[in-house]
Design a protein around this ligand. Structure first.
Ligand SMILES: Cc1cc2nc3c(=O)[nH]c(=O)nc-3n(C[C@H](O)[C@H](O)[C@H](O)COP(=O)(O)OP(=O)(O)OC[C@H]3O[C@@H](n4cnc5c(N)ncnc54)[C@H](O)[C@@H]3O)c2cc1C
Length: 214
């Protein structure tokens, strides 16, 4: 809902004015962004349908300023699928929450070389079989789901205003954020750029990397 024009109209209602043409509107948006006049950016809302693993969803859904509805595994046991990485990243030594670019692509199990993706996928298939077996015994979905792993995908609708979305993108696109979560932030950036290109470009210029050196 809304675009750059909605930002301009919200800001200019203060003086009972409207758009004054592209150049002037762009100047105004840059001024608002640079000086922290954030409320006009709340006039634009974006709604995303996101499919991501639970480990990523837990992080995205910490952002309380979004409105959310999510698939419930109490209601359905259909379409269970998983995020299968091609490789594992190694734990960083100097940062408790981070991984490095060093990869583990092969695991050795009983002297056998198994690619990480196959090992994860076999494990998930096994858990899925056991989940379906529990359901066939009549176990309630709300309890049977507890054996499904954290790389299971979930789907949710995430509606958020542009001001709070830009905050989300700022903190979830840096190297501090988990690699998997960053990929979702990058995709959401592309979509945001399409909806409100002037506001987005202004944010990229004045806000996005302001915490880089902290
Ligand atoms: C790299 C990284 C690591 C993290 N690690 C952890 C962790 O180890 N454990 C953990 O629990 N969390 C962790 N978090 C989550 C983090 O603490 C925030 O809860 C999450 O990022 C949501 O941020 P937010 O509150 O700014 O965003 P939102 O919830 O979208 O809120 C946006 C802004 O609205 C305002 N706001 C919203 N609600 C309130 C309120 N109730 N009171 C006052 N102001 C409010 C604040 O200004 C806030 O910045 C991590 C986040 C990041 C990015």
């Amino acid at each position: 809902m809304g675009n750059d024009l909605a930002v301009v109209q919200a800001a200019r209602v203060s003086t009972l004015k409207d758009s004054k043409g592209e150049e002037s509107d762009k100047k105004l948006i840059n001024y608002l962004m640079k000086n922290g006049h954030t409320s006009p950016f709340e006039m634009v809302e974006l709604k995303f349908r996101i499919k991501c693993p639970l480990i990523v969803a837990r992080q995205i859904l910490r952002h309380r300023t979004a409105n959310v509805n999510e698939t419930s595994r109490r209601y359905t046991s259909e379409q269970v699928d998983f995020y299968i990485p091609e490789f594992f990243r190694k734990q960083a030594e100097d940062n408790k929450q981070a991984s490095t670019e060093d990869k583990i692509e092969i695991l050795y199990v009983d002297d056998q070389e198994i690619p990480v993706s196959k090992w994860v996928s076999d494990l998930c298939e096994d858990l899925l079989d056991k989940y379906e077996w529990l359901l066939s015994l009549g176990v309630a979905r709300e309890q049977a789901r507890m054996i499904l792993p954290q790389n299971m995908n979930t789907i949710f609708i995430f509606k958020i205003d542009l001001h709070n979305l830009l905050h989300f993108l700022e903190v979830r696109s840096t190297d501090h954020a988990q690699w998997e979560t960053r990929q979702f932030a990058f995709a959401m950036m592309e979509l945001t750029k399409e909806v409100a290109p002037i506001s987005y470009t202004s944010w990229e210029k004045y806000i996005k990397n302001r915490r880089m050196n902290e």
